[in-house]
Design a protein around this ligand. Structure first.
Ligand code: ADP
Ligand code: MG
Length: 271
């Protein structure tokens, strides 16, 4: 059997590491217990990995450590083979809320990363922004204010802005969780197309098992508190995927297994 385009999207066993976290620990000021305790994990180049776990378990804390909004107590983080200490612009980060500045137009929001980086003349900047808006289906919306866009369109603009950081590693923190179900469904398919086109490595936080199974080639599930180990679960379906991929053999079973695993790990009063 020949490898189709779906198979080519899956990183092979020899794929190089994109993100390497080793022995990472972090405790919030005033807390007795750590939130992250000697955690190690590796994400390979080209992977789409979902990090799943109950609310408040520390998923976003891991992102804040990777993007240096927080400093670890101990441990190391490497991106593309190099330690992140002293580095800028090694990952793109998209938080749950789109965080588009309301006083800037959509295009002015999207061009922020290249404006901050500097070194690009006005024409090249305009071209980069117009290409990015085009790629996310927002051609002609650049001059609007973010408040004139729907929730789904704002998330697509925020994604275009994340892409314009030029980083190969993207950290997406529950980007669709505030959207209605149908918009979420179409944005999931849309995001997989973006991933395919842009050849990025994506680490995506969600607490939605169906979303994790639909998107990822591998799911990392939080298996206890504090986070010291993540359970890695391979997703059997190939790419491209659409809504019917969830009914493929093996997918329903994996979904049930993950729900079961997460329920076992939920704090006793939430069971
Ligand atoms: P998740 O993203 O999985 O929902 P977070 O990583 O945001 O969880 O938070 C993990 C835990 O750390 C939660 O119990 C939360 O209350 C606590 N926490 C988050 N931010 C802070 C902070 N700035 N100071 C103290 N505790 C915090
Ligand atoms: Mg969070």
């Amino acid at each position: 059997m020949t490898a189709g385009p779906a198979a080519s999207l899956r990183p092979g066993p020899d794929a190089e590491p994109m993100l390497e976290i080793r022995d990472l620990s972090f405790t919030y000021a005033g807390d007795i217990k750590p939130t992250v305790d000697h955690l190690s994990l590796t994400i390979h180049k080209g992977e789409f990995v979902c990090l799943i776990g109950p609310s408040g378990c520390g998923k976003s804390t891991i992102f804040r450590l990777v993007n240096k909004l927080l400093n670890p107590e101990s441990g190391s983080i490497k991106v593309d083979g190099r330690d992140i200490s002293g580095r800028k612009n090694y990952c793109g980060y998209m938080p749950q809320q789109d965080l588009l500045f309301p006083w800037r137009t959509v295009a002015e929001n999207v061009r922020l990363p290249i404006e901050i980086k500097g070194g690009m003349d006005q024409n090249d900047m305009d071209k980069a922004v117009s290409d990015a808006l085009n790629n996310v289906g927002l051609d002609g919306w650049g001059d609007k204010s973010p408040s004139e866009l729907s929730g789904g369109m704002r998330q697509r603009a925020a994604f275009a802005r994340t892409i314009l950081t030029g980083c190969d590693l993207l950290l997406l923190d529950e980007p669709f969780s505030a959207l209605d179900y149908l918009t979420r469904l179409s944005l999931r398919e849309w995001l997989l197309k973006q991933w395919e086109r842009e050849h990025k490595t994506i680490l995506f936080i969600t607490h939605d098992v169906e979303e994790a199974v639909f998107l990822s080639n591998r799911v990392l599930a939080v298996t206890g508190f504090p986070i010291s180990e993540l359970k890695s679960v391979e997703i059997p379906a190939g790419y491209p995927r659409n809504i019917s991929s969830l009914s493929e053999p093996g997918m329903a079973r994996i979904k049930e297994e993950l729900i079961d695993m997460l329920r076992r790990e939920a704090p006793a009063d939430e069971k």
